[in-house]
Design a binder for this molecule. Sequence first.
Ligand SMILES: NC(=O)c1ccc[n+]([C@@H]2O[C@H](COP(=O)([O-])OP(=O)(O)OC[C@H]3O[C@@H](n4cnc5c(N)ncnc54)[C@H](OP(=O)(O)O)[C@@H]3O)[C@@H](O)[C@H]2O)c1
Length: 361
Amino acid sequence: MLKYRAGSGCGSGAARSGGKGQYAGVVATESREVRLAKRPQGEPGLDCFSFASVTLPDPGQGEVLVRNLCMSVDPYMRGRMNEGKSYVPQFEIGKPLEGTAVGRVIASRDEKLPVGTLVLSMYGWRDAYVAPAAHLRVVDATAAPASAYLGILGVTGLTAWVGLFTIAKLKDGETVFISAGAGAVGSAACQFAKMHGCRVIASAGSEDKLLFLRNELKVDYAFNYRNGDAREHLSKAAPDGIHVYFDNTQGTQLEAALYALLPYGRVAMCGGIAGYNVPVPGPRNLIQAVGKRLRLEGFIVSDHFKEMPALLAEAVPALAAGKLINRETFVDGLDRAPEAFLELLRPGAGNIGKMVVRLAE
Ligand SMILES: NC(=O)c1ccc[n+]([C@@H]2O[C@H](COP(=O)([O-])OP(=O)(O)OC[C@H]3O[C@@H](n4cnc5c(N)ncnc54)[C@H](OP(=O)(O)O)[C@@H]3O)[C@@H](O)[C@H]2O)c1
């Protein structure tokens, strides 16, 4: 049984003081890593992952040795386990997986990243690594716990932001429906939409998540998509229709949203988690898009990194003022990272907000 913890983030507080002395070498740093053991057919199991220990080299000139504090697991990683071409390179069998992680520099041969600096990288799924300093981004953990940069202040928050405002062009006062609303992207999207004066309808797969949506995120209407017909829920939640659908799931919720959308409505096609393991049929009512002149637009967040400053300008002060919640669900230890990832792909999954794997204090 996977143990979850709500918590106050990892890597809280300022970076530890940097050692300014001469680099004296690090002796044989061991790191464990998670590798792709085989490609899944349908639903992946734990046998798709293997663990290995490696001895890291000393950092060369311009490189640093980093110990990871926490790492992200994300639904898009399921696609990277498949064979074939995609918008992001596939994981390779026998090689370590990748993903975002926040870690602390423990040995440095680059003056810009002294020992103690907290850095964001794509070297997740491992305890430690050696990398060029130029590949890493410094994280300011005085503004928020470091793990927030895996969530609402990172790619997760940016996905919500871009989907709502750049793709769907959500305007103040409009009504928006957000599926997987209590997850990482969904909970950020619900809050950004509320901050912009919108009426928010959100769905989720468990009663705990509905309580979170109603009591903490203050959404206007929350429903369990596993309980009843999403189309009926939407007509009750928005009898006059919705302007925007932020789609994290596809499947039956996309179909229901197409019925509920108003003329000239917009759909931000963010993800389709209902079909990541086994493809789901497309909506049977796509013809709604013609008569209502709907716009359905997919997007990939990495095309929009230039929008990060706009997100941070609004989100950092809002987080500090308690106007924004960065809810996280923690799983402890690299051993549990595959379970934490697989959990995300289950309807009614155990994560509320961002699923984070804690690797070290
Ligand atoms: N376009 C981009 O650039 C981009 C970037 C990041 C993420 N995404 C997408 O955004 C979506 C959310 O990602 P996230 O990182 O925030 O994950 P998340 O929402 O924190 O976790 C995934 C959630 O999906 C729900 N789920 C699982 N299986 C489902 C199913 N069969 N039908 C409906 N819901 C299901 C579960 O919540 P319930 O309890 O509600 O079932 C689970 O908690 C994903 O589709 C992801 O691929 C897209």
